[in-house]
Design a protein around this ligand. Structure first.
Ligand code: AMP
Length: 277
């Protein structure tokens, strides 16, 4: 596995490897778990050359968020990437990624509004910028993103379409722990008690979905679920919302493909999850 740390070296190594065939790219922020590795498995199935990046992108963290404390187990991550058959591991520094005086911004309207976009102002601009840069640096045929970050996936699909970036975007289903908790690097923040409580988030989504199917009112179910989460020990519920599966517009019923999304805090740890409805 080649370990590369600058865009220049990446370009050089990829120029010598592209003859192998299609390139699939899996961007991550590291602290790798089986969810990330499932995307790499998918990449290996669709391409001959697999590039994975680890970059904790400062531009997608707001003031007071966990940029400084975000886990960075680089040695372990590299071992996992190598064991899963990645050809090129790309780990740029923030200095290599953002040159002094860089002044270009990318905003994807519509799908970035609401949900995490409303609760984390500027977050999706940071995501859009880094993903655009990474796609231009790697120039992959295919890039793979997880449904775990469902709004991010829709933002990236829209960005790629709007800017005519010549890459096919594929998505991977949410990889869960045995008790239903969606895997996330941030789960490392949970203490024992919080970890036991965390699967309630997924159970809440399943219960609301079942209620919708049974014809119950969404608004009432969301209000009850928020109260229930707080009573159980969740510190704050950012949102529980039903949205159109593609445009992410607010919908009141699941008469066509929709997505039920949730974000809530357990202590200082912000958890997100979503399911198809
Ligand atoms: P992150 O390192 O959290 O930025 O995630 C990198 C990529 O892995 C993103 O496309 C995520 O959506 C995806 N991902 C994170 N957690 C999971 C999971 N539990 N299942 C599937 N994909 C995931």
């Amino acid at each position: 596995m080649h370990i590369i740390r600058t865009p220049q070296d990446l370009r050089t190594i990829l120029a010598s490897l592209r003859h192998k065939g299609k390139v699939a790219f899996v961007p991550t922020m590291g602290a790798l778990h089986e969810g990330h590795l499932s995307l790499i498995t998918q990449a290996k199935q669709v391409a001959q050359l697999v590039v994975a990046s680890i970059f904790v992108n400062p531009k997608q963290f707001g003031a007071g968020e966990d940029l400084a404390s975000y886990p960075r187990p680089e040695m372990e991550d590299l071992k996992k990437l190598e064991a899963s058959g990645v050809d090129v591991a790309y780990l740029p520094s923030a200095e290599a990624m953002y040159q002094p005086g860089a002044s270009t911004h990318i905003s994807v309207d519509g799908v970035s509004a609401g949900l995490c976009g409303a609760k984390r102002p500027g977050h999706f601009d940071g995501v859009a910028l880094v993903v655009t840069k990474l796609l231009l640096q790697v120039l992959p045929d295919i890039a793979i993103f997880g449904e775990k970050d469902y709004q991010q996936l829709q933002v990236i699909k829209r960005l790629v379409r709007d800017l005519d970036i010549p890459v096919e975007i594929l998505s991977g289903a949410i990889f869960r722990e045995a008790d239903g908790l969606a895997m996330s690097s941030r789960n490392l923040y949970l203490n024992q008690e919080e970890r036991q409580l965390a699967p309630v988030l997924y159970q809440t989504l399943l219960a609301i979905k079942a209620g919708l199917v049974a014809g119950k009112m969404l608004e009432e179910m969301v209000a009850d679920a928020s109260d229930d989460l707080r009573a159980k020990g969740f510190t704050k519920v950012d949102y529980i919302e039903l949205r159109d599966a593609e445009t992410l517009e607010v919908v009141a019923t699941a008469s066509h493909p929709a997505r039920l999304l949730i974000a809530a805090y357990l202590g200082k740890c912000r958890l997100i999850d979503n399911i198809a409805v």
